[in-house]
Design a protein around this ligand. Structure first.
Ligand code: ADE
Length: 231
């Protein structure tokens, strides 16, 4: 699997792959990361990549030309590349998308800066468009990293223990039950006694009850889906 970050600011992205699980996964060749800077494709004599909005409005919009040429070169290199744009004007990214996208051979994330990207670029090149939540970031780089992280941990071999994928929040409608590590008693605070007794069916029942409590409190919308058997 290859991830290509199409961004004016690859420095914002690179550091994330320099440590921990994703660094190890890259060392095992489970995926690789590339960068493509639209500025390198700009035909403007000052390598400009943005301009004021046609029809008025605040802020600068990324011009079509550098992005058209950058994405044409990407598609020419790999016709199977799956191109994703990050923008708050899109459907929300969810766990099912992370699982589905983990079987692609090549994903490119196109990040806008400034007020956004000329809509014609999205119309022409987007296979999918995602938002990571109802708030506005200064650019798409963080959003592309969020999606890349969520997708890559679903690639076979990236996580040491594949069990950790099946019992997570959002794999069912319920949020995950709380976890505890050692010691069993810390500063007067105990791990729930049922967790200590080793009766696995009782532990499972308790975890389901705790999951339901957490979901009812934090995500009543998801609990409703769970009760209706949607997930
Ligand atoms: N770019 C700016 N804000 C964003 C968001 N919420 N999701 C995806 N891309 C963005």
């Amino acid at each position: 699997m290859t991830f290509t970050f199409v961004t004016l600011f690859s420095n914002l992205v690179e550091g994330y792959f320099n440590d921990s699980i994703l660094k190890r996964a890259m060392e095992k060749n489970l995926f690789s990361v590339k960068y493509l800077n639209p500025r390198e494709f700009s035909l403007n004599k000052h390598s400009k990549v943005d301009d004021t909005a046609v029809g008025g409005g605040a802020g600068m919009v990324m011009n079509p030309q550098p992005l058209f040429d950058a994405l044409d070169s990407l598609r020419k290199e790999d016709e199977n590349v799956h191109i994703i744009f990050l923008t708050p004007v899109a459907k929300p990214f969810v766990q099912n998308d992370a699982k589905r996208l983990s079987s692609k051979s090549h994903i490119a994330f196109v990040s806008g800066r400034y007020e956004g990207i000329d809509e014609r670029v999205i119309e022409k090149y987007a296979d999918e468009v995602f938002s990571i939540g109802d708030y506005i970031l200064t650019g798409g780089e963080l959003a592309s990293l969020v999606i890349c992280d969520a997708v890559s941990r679903n690639i076979d071999g990236v996580l040491g223990n594949s069990d950790s994928l099946t019992i997570e929040s959002f794999e069912s409608a319920l949020l995950e039950a709380p976890s505890f590590s050692k010691p069993k008693l810390y500063e007067g605070l105990n791990v729930p006694s049922e967790y200590l007794k080793g009766n696995h069916s009782k532990i499972r029942s308790l975890k389901i009850a705790l999951s339901e409590c957490k979901t009812k409190f934090f995500r009543p919308d998801e609990l409703k889906k769970h009760c209706q058997g949607v997930k």
